[in-house]
Ligand binder design. Structure first.
Ligand code: UDP
Ligand code: MG
Length: 319
């Protein structure tokens, strides 16, 4: 499909958003490699670092970098709000004609930025990246990620490329739409796919983490998965309806059978076993699905409270 070439002035402003959670060991190296790319561009740039409540020296280092470079903003959260919220806060503060989000652990190579910008200038409004697995990606991460995308793409109407990374370029128009989405349970990969626009992808080879270990604990990964499914699908709620209907139907048949035994045969012994089985079965199903409904109600409650989705403690070089 022929694309309309972008008409914005060649100068333009490029915003880079980087969430950081206890990344003090990679930070300097990351900043230097990023800067080496940015200074070669024909565009102006701004970098928005979001310290997601780190407990190491990340915040202090970011403030030092910001103090030395007015193009760098350092946002510090009052506590850990999670990767997706850090990205969200970063996006809210961007002013660029194009915005690039990337991780700060050097798994997302800054050297790819030129390619992303080239795709953008061809007229694409979202350029997302797909990661070829790094050699050090654990089997566990590979397997969980495989199932994650299989489930998301089955249960929800948004389609997400397996291995899509939170490393992507978005045009100002796309960022404005994202910033207008008020929900606090955010699954940005889904949201980026959902907003539409002209999208294209670029593959890259994820490097091993420069330092430290993954900041995604199993608990964070589970919460991430649950947010992903419930943000884009009410299928689990619908399952309740279908399953409830099916169990009622089967129970009804069983009642007919019980009545038949009682009225037309002499085999009617006090049916302790069947009673117990039925009670357990129905009780189990009911509890399970009350849990699913509760999950959604809990989210409605969280959304309705209208609390700020994240809290900024300090913002250096705020524009
Ligand atoms: N991160 C964050 N808050 C968190 C967890 C992670 O801001 O609660 C940041 C982290 O510093 C990194 C990015 O999100 O820049 C991706 O995290 P990580 O590299 O640990 O995830 P993985 O690559 O293992 O999926
Ligand atoms: Mg990483």
């Amino acid at each position: 499909m022929p694309l309309k070439a972008r008409k914005t002035s060649p100068k333009g402003l490029i915003s880079i958003v980087v969430p950081m959670f206890n990344e003090a060991e990679s930070l300097q190296q990351f900043y230097e490699r990023l800067l080496a790319q940015l200074v070669t561009l024909p565009h102006d740039y701004e970098i928005i670092f979001v310290d997601d409540g780190s407990s190491d020296a990340t915040a202090a280092l970011l403030e030092k970098i910001a103090a030395a470079n007015p193009r760098v903003q350092a946002i510090s959260f009052s506590r850990n709000f999670g990767h997706q919220m850090a990205l969200t806060a970063g996006l809210h503060h961007t002013r660029g004609d194009a915005v690039i989000v990337m991780d700060g652990d050097l798994q997302h190579p800054p050297e790819l930025i030129g390619t992303l910008l080239a795709r953008w200038q061809e007229g694409n409004e979202v350029v997302y990246t797909v990661r070829e697995d790094a050699a050090d990606t654990s089997l566990f991460k590979r397997v969980t990620s495989h199932f994650f995308y299989a489930i998301i793409n089955k249960l929800t109407r948004v389609q997400i490329r397996p291995n899509a990374a939170d490393f992507r370029l978005m045009d100002r128009k796309a960022v404005d739409v994202m910033n207008q989405c008020p929900e606090r349970f955010r699954f940005l990969r889904g949201l980026t796919s959902w907003i539409g626009f002209q999208q294209t992808s670029v593959t890259f080879k994820a490097e091993p983490r420069f330092a430290g270990t993954s900041k995604y604990s199993i608990r964070k990964m589970a919460a991430f998965g649950l947010d992903a499914v419930t943000s884009f699908s009410i299928t689990p709620l619908r399952l309740v309806f279908y399953l409830g209907w099916m169990t009622s139907f089967v129970s009804f048949l069983y009642i007919l059978y019980a009545l038949y035994i009682k009225l037309f045969t002499d085999r009617a012994i006090a049916g302790w076993t069947s009673v117990i089985i039925l009670i357990l079965f129905l009780g189990g199903i009911q509890l399970l699905f009350m849990g699913i409904i509760g999950e959604y109600i809990g989210r409605i409650y969280e959304e309705i409270k209208g609390r700020p989705p994240y809290i900024i403690k300090k913002h250096v070089n705020k524009k």
